[in-house]
Design a protein around this ligand. Structure first.
Ligand code: SAM
Length: 280
C-alpha cells in the first residue's frame, strides 16, 4: 500500500517530483504527521459529505476520503490542481474545485451535498491569513453541523475566551453563541513542512440546535460593529453603526446595559439583547 501523503518522506517526494515550494502568500504549511492527520479526520464526524478548504498536496483530503462518503476541496493555488488530481487519483469520492473559497457559492454547494449525502461537515487545516474570514463565512451556513479546523494556537485561544478575557473578540462571541466549542489537541510546529514558529490547535465547533436568531448574518454584523473599535465604548460603536446617537442611547437604556462598557465586557446574551432591541 502507498505511504500516506502526510508521511514526511512522501511529502518531500511529491514536492520534489512536481518542483513545488510552499507559497507563503497562500499560507502554505503542509502537514507531515500521519497520526495527527488521521486523528483529525477520524474525530471530525465527516461521515456524510465533508468540505475542505485548502487541500494543499492532499494529505488531509486523502484521509477524509477514507472516512467520509464525499469530499469537496477548494484550492486557490493553480500549481496544486494537477498534483491533487494525480496523487488522489485512486479515490473516486473527491471533487477538487480550483477556486478562492471566499468567492465560492457555499450555500449552493451545501444545499447540493445535503440533498445527496444527508449530512455536511467541514474539516480543514486553514490558511492562517484568512482564518477568521473563512470561519465567519462557514458560521453563516446553518446546515453545517460540525466544523473541525486546525488554526494557529493564538486564534484557538480567542475561541476559548469569554467576557473580560483579553482575547475575547467578535469571533469568540459568535462562535460561543452558535456552537459548543472544544479544543481537540495541540499540533506542534514540527508537524508541518515548512515548520511555522508557532504551534497550532485543532478546534471543533458543534452547532447548537436550540434558539438562534432568525437572521444570523445580521446578528454577526452587529457583533462585529460592537467590537470594531475595541477601545471605544459600546455606545460609541453602536452610534457609528446605526449612524444614530439617539437610537444607540435608547437601546442601551432599554436593555439595561451601561453606555460606558466596552464590547469586551459583554456576554453573548447582552449582545443578543442589543440586536433584538435594535430590530424592533
Ligand atoms: N491541507 C493541507 C495540509 O494540511 O497539508 C494544506 C494546508 S495549508 C495551511 C493551507 C492551504 O490553503 C494551501 O494549500 C493554500 O494554497 C490554500 N488556500 C489559501 N488560500 C485559499 C483560499 N482563499 N481558498 C482556497 N484555498 C486556499
Amino acid at each position: 500500500m502507498t505511504r500516506a501523503i502526510s508521511t514526511p518522506s512522501r511529502t518531500k517526494e511529491i514536492l520534489e517530483t512536481y518542483g513545488l515550494r510552499a507559497k507563503k502568500g497562500y499560507g502554505q504549511n503542509f502537514l507531515v504527521d500521519p497520526v495527527i492527520v488521521e486523528r483529525c479526520a477520524k474525530e471530525s464526524h465527516c461521515e456524510g459529505a465533508v468540505i475542505e478548504i485548502g487541500p494543499g498536496i492532499g494529505s488531509l483530503t486523502e484521509m477524509l476520503a477514507r472516512y467520509s462518503r464525499h469530499v469537496t476541496a477548494y484550492e486557490i493555488d493553480d500549481r496544486l490542481i494537477p498534483v491533487l488530481q494525480d496523487v488522489l487519483s485512486d479515490y473516486d469520492n473527491i471533487e477538487i474545485i480550483h477556486q478562492d473559497f471566499l468567492e465560492s457559492d457555499l450555500d449552493e454547494k451545501v444545499r447540493e451535498l445535503k440533498e445527496k449525502y444527508g449530512k455536511v461537515s467541514v474539516c480543514a487545516n486553514l490558511p492562517y491569513y484568512i482564518t477568521s474570514q473563512v470561519l465567519f463565512r462557514i458560521f453563516e451556513n446553518q446546515d453545517i453541523g460540525c466544523i473541525t479546523v486546525m488554526v494557529q494556537k493564538e486564534v484557538g485561544d480567542r475561541f476559548a475566551a469569554g467576557p473580560n478575557d483579553p482575547e475575547y473578540s467578535a469571533l469568540s462571541a459568535e462562535a460561543a453563541y452558535l456552537y459548543q466549542v472544544r479544543k481537540l489537541f495541540t499540533v506542534p510546529g514540527r508537524s508541518f513542512n515548512p515548520s511555522p514558529n508557532v504551534d497550532s490547535v485543532i478546534i471543533q465547533f458543534v452547532r447548537r440546535e436550540d434558539d438562534v436568531p432568525a437572521d444570523v448574518p445580521a446578528f454577526f454584523e452587529l457583533v462585529r460593529a460592537c467590537f470594531k473599535q475595541r477601545r471605544k465604548t459600546i455606545y460609541n460603536n453602536l452610534k457609528e453603526y446605526w449612524q444614530d446617537a439617539e437610537k444607540a442611547a435608547r437601546i442601551l437604556e432599554e436593555t439595561g446595559i451601561s453606555e460606558k462598557l466596552r464590547a469586551q465586557q459583554l456576554s453573548v446574551s447582552d449582545l443578543r439583547k442589543i440586536y433584538e432591541a435594535g430590530e424592533r
